[in-house]
Structures are given as structure tokens and as C-alpha cells.
Design a protein around this ligand. Sequence first.
Ligand code: RIB
Length: 308
Amino acid sequence: MSKIAVIGSNMVDLITYIDRMPAQGETLEAPGFALGCGGKGANQAVAAAKLGADVLMLTKVGDDMFADNTLANFQRFGIDTRYVQRVPGVSSGVAPIFVQADSHNSILIVKGANAHLVPADLDAAEQALRECSLIVLQLEINVETVYHAIEFGREHNIPVLLNPAPALSGLSREHLAHLDFLVPNESELALITGQVVDSPESAHNAALKLVASGIRHVIVTLGQQGALYVGEEGEFQIPGLSVAARDTTGAGDAFIGCFIHHWSRDRDIRAAMTQAVAYSACSVTGLGTQTSYPDATAFAEFQRRLDA
Ligand code: RIB
């Protein structure tokens, strides 16, 4: 089986379920709280691993009580943690998250140890990375490390997928042009292209611009409207699924985790996107981030219920 390398963040999610955000100076009671393993990189790695993928994780944890739990969590899902390092004197990444009753969320991130993942860490893992058939990146680590990984993939002929989240302005067009896959949501796509993206049509136009710049495959996640593909294989949209959403946190990561698992296995983009739209829809019916990601058995059961 081919191995997937996820080079990215891990966070401790501090999820507060709220009726509304407090005003400045106001203290407000909230109905619930959950502590969970998160971070966009870790979420994508765990989603893929839960579905059966063989995953290598490159990330850094802090010098605190969260680090052991994060490592144990990766290991629980069979993720290769040989290159997960601890950073002395630095906190782990944390993400205070506020989820409203309508399922939508607001997230703060403190990168902590994630900011210490540097290009030299990739070089130290060169042999293990060369055995991987896909490199997966996000933007919760140092952007120079992301660029280094893109160039590493290019040099060694390993496909690279970037999820440009959280949205970051001023990304290097030269590096982006070397990507095999770019998987933004609408706001990330708008920031990268400088175009207004507020509908599948405008997302299509913006994606075309990126494909013209050299990116082979652009996949835009559209929330309830599914996902859009523009690239070497043409143009198509996978429609969204209507589900009762409870918590949308980490739905984009669920999409990517499922997509990378299926694409690495079968190299069929349309089929992988179809699975990923369904997996992401399933994830929003549960609470939390990784806790809402089904394993292969639970996901098959969710799909059977959809078809019934
Ligand atoms: O995409 C959701 C994730 O964003 C959360 O798990 C949080 O940790 C932040 O990284």
C-alpha cells in the first residue's frame, strides 16, 4: 500500500458550544465544552488513517501535558510518528473554538510548537518521505517549510497537495504553480486569486485562473454545495448532501483526509471527491473534529443509510 506523508500541524482543540459570542466585558454561560485532538494536519492524517490509509506524520508537539496525548492519539490510529518531535520550552499548538447552535464555528489558533517545524526537519526525514506517494500540506506551519515540501515533492516526483488553510495572503505564485493539487474553500480561493468568489460560477472562474498558472488540479470545497473540480481532467461538480449538521468544525479536513485516502489508492479524482463529499457530510452530523470522523465501517453504514 502506498504511504501518505502529512506535513503539518497538530492542535489541542478547546471547543466551547455557545448560544452566542459574549460582548466585550460580558461574562456569559455556555452550554457545553469538549477537549479534543485537532489541527488541520493532524485531522487530515487521522481521517485518512481511520479509513485505512498508511500515514506518515511530520509535526512538532510542545513541552507540556498535551504532547503525550497527541502522540498517543496518532499511534492509536496507526500513524507513523517517527518524525513527530517535541520542542523544549514551547507550548503545544492550541485552538480555542466556538461552535454556535446553528453548527457554525469560529476558531483561534496558537501555533506553538507547530511554528518550529522547519525545512531541515524535512531533510532529516528525507528517506521516509521518499517512500511516500503523496505529500499533503496546510498553512498552520511556517510557510517556508511548506515551500520546501513543495520543492521536495517536485524534485523527487512525489505529487503534492496543498490545502491553503487557514487563508494566508501573499503566497508565492512560483511555488503554487508546482502543485499537483490545490484544495481551497471559497474564501481561501478568493484570497489567493484576488477575485470575488461567492458562487460555484465565480469559484469556477477563479479556479481556471489557477490552472492556467500551472496547478494541475484545483478542487474547491463548497460546503453544502459539494465540491468543484477544474484541471487536467476537465471540469465537474460533485453535488453536496443534505444532512442535519451539528458541528461543522473540521469538515474541510474530513474532505481532504478522505480524498487523499481514495486518490492514493485508486488515482480516480472524481470517485475520490464523491467519497470525500459524503465523508465530510457525515462528519458534520457529529460533534468535535477528529471525534466526528467515522472509520471505514461507520462510513459505509452512513452511506447505506443515505442510499436507503
Ligand atoms: O480545521 C479545523 C481545525 O482548525 C481545528 O481542529 C483547529 O485545531 C484548527 O486547526
